[in-house]
Design a protein around this ligand. Structure first.
Ligand code: ADP
Ligand code: MG
Length: 465
């Protein structure tokens, strides 16, 4: 038997696992990995960051071991090491050799790829084919949502129904639900899929009512197998349309048709969402997309910069990802701006130029805080010890400050509800959502609560992080 080098071993492993991973995830987490040592069958794999380590370890370690053992039965275990040097540089150096080709590609990217997204929409489904799972990057912030959407695309109507995905603006809701529709179209060409924004749906319903064609509208809707409605919070205040939608919803739901909706807030926080509709959503699967952490933001930026063939120093990538924190669309926007400048000026981008170009996106570095400071600020304000705040107790004087901590973790740090729950003795995410909702409503209705929260925030941002 020929003995394989570490590099050859790893190439075989990568060649095999790339079939079970989306292209974007492969490029983000796996492509720049390698085996750095094999000591008596104990393999060490070098990865780019701690998220990649966790991701590969959780999802692929047994597959990797299996492949490796097939190649070399002596292999016993896997270990990971986080790479202290930046592999992006290497990749960029490799593409440097052919500047002509690069410029051409860049022109192509600017002239075709950017507008393409707006133009190419499938007439039947209304889906945009450029949204796919292949270019959807998964991190801890959106892992659950991606997994549920993926499961639905494999078995529409029978996995999770309805699926309700919510999260802040620019965090990939539209991308994910469209990708789900596109994959279903690919796997089940006979299924009738319809994607529509809620705004459009409302106006179609209103038109149908006005022209007395609502019965036809409903009949047509009944034929749909997969109904995808984006930005459902737009139903706010549109009672009549909601009522009609509820009927369509029921027709589809009872014939096991798949319904997927997105919203920028949880169902409970949509004012005037019809109770019946709300309880339907609650009977399905509700998942939130949180905010990507800094490492994931770096990974997203790197992948997108590579896709755009845009060379950026690590310092610049760090600057962008530490300042644009809660919106992937803005991360992309920043890259497009830099790409445009580079193309117009044919000039390499240095740090100062980048800062200047992005000054409108990054007005001033956002103020920072953390979990420890939030807990401290709240406990000081209400004169409680930090220990008391985490006691399992329903005493009113403890419940309220605890809800405020949850609210602040969500508002100030954009943490996901399940993640906040874990910080409080593993409380369920619905408890956290309830707390957030209560305080969120409270500050709108109760001036005393608002001023309490404002003073807490003032103290919070005067603390050193
Ligand atoms: P939302 O609907 O939540 O406001 P979008 O789905 O429109 O956000 O996403 C904003 C932009 O960011 C889109 O261009 C989308 O392709 C991109 N994007 C969002 N999430 C991801 C992701 N996980 N991987 C790759 N691109 C993403
Ligand atoms: Mg959207």
């Amino acid at each position: 038997m020929t003995i394989l080098t570490n590099e050859e071993l790893w190439q075989i492993v990568l060649a095999q696992i790339q079939f079970s991973v989306s292209r974007a995830n492969f490029a983000t987490w796996l492509k720049s990995t390698n085996i750095i040592s094999n000591k008596n069958g104990e393999i060490t794999i070098c990865v780019e960051n701690s998220f990649a380590k966790e991701w590969i370890n959780n999802k692929y370690s047994s597959l990797i071991l299996k492949i490796l053992r097939n190649l070399d039965p002596e292999i016993k275990s896997l270990d990971f090491l986080i790479n202290p040097y930046n592999p992006l540089k290497k990749i960029l150096e490799e593409t440097k050799n052919n500047p002509l080709k690069k410029l051409k590609e860049e022109e192509e990217i600017i002239s075709t790829r950017l507008p393409l997204r707006e133009l190419s929409v499938d007439k039947k489904t209304n889906l945009n084919p450029s949204y796919s799972f292949n270019n959807f990057i998964v991190g801890s912030f959106n892992q659950m949502a991606q997994a549920a959407a993926w499961a639905i695309s494999e078995a529409p109507g029978s996995a999770y129904n309805p699926l309700f995905i919510y999260g802040g603006v620019g965090l990939g809701k539209t991308h994910l639900i469209q990708a789900t529709g596109n994959r279903i179209a690919e796997l089940f060409p006979n299924k009738k899929i319809k994607y529509i924004s809620c705004e459009r749906l409302v106006s179609e319903i209103i038109d149908a009512i006005k022209s007395q064609k609502i019965a036809d509208f409903k009949k047509e809707s009944k034929e749909i197998d997969v109904f995808i409605i984006d930005d459902i919070q737009f139903f706010t205040g549109k009672e009549k349309s909601q009522e009609e939608f509820f009927h369509i919803f029921n027709l589809l739901y009872h014939s096991q048709k798949q319904i997927i909706v997105s919203s920028d807030v949880p169902p409970k926080a949509i004012p005037s969402l019809e109770k019946r509709l709300m309880s339907r959503f609650e009977g399905g699967m509700i998942i939130d997309i949180g905010i990507p952490d800094i490492e994931t933001r770096m990974a997203i930026l790197k992948t997108k910069a590579m896709e755009k063939n845009l060379e950026l120093e690590n310092e610049i990538l760090e600057y962008i990802s530490s300042n644009i924190r809660d919106n992937i669309r803005e991360l992309e926007g920043a890259l497009n701006k830099l790409l445009f400048f580079k193309k117009m000026n044919n000039q390499t981008l240095d740090f100062e130029t980048v800062k200047h170009l992005l000054k409108n996106l990054i007005l001033f570095p956002k103020k920072k805080t953390n979990f420890k400071n939030i807990v401290q600020a709240v406990s000081n304000f209400y004169n409680l010890t930090e220990k008391e705040l985490f006691l399992i107790s329903r005493r009113k004087e403890i419940v309220k400050p605890r809800q405020i901590i949850m609210y602040l973790l969500r508002e100030e740090l954009k943490e996901s509800f399940p993640c906040i729950g874990r910080k409080f003795n593993g409380k369920d995410h619905t408890t956290v959502m309830y707390a957030w909702d209560k305080i969120n409503k409270g500050v709108k209705e109760n001036d005393d609560l608002l001023s309490e929260i404002n003073s807490i925030k003032q103290k919070l941002y005067n603390m050193a992080v």
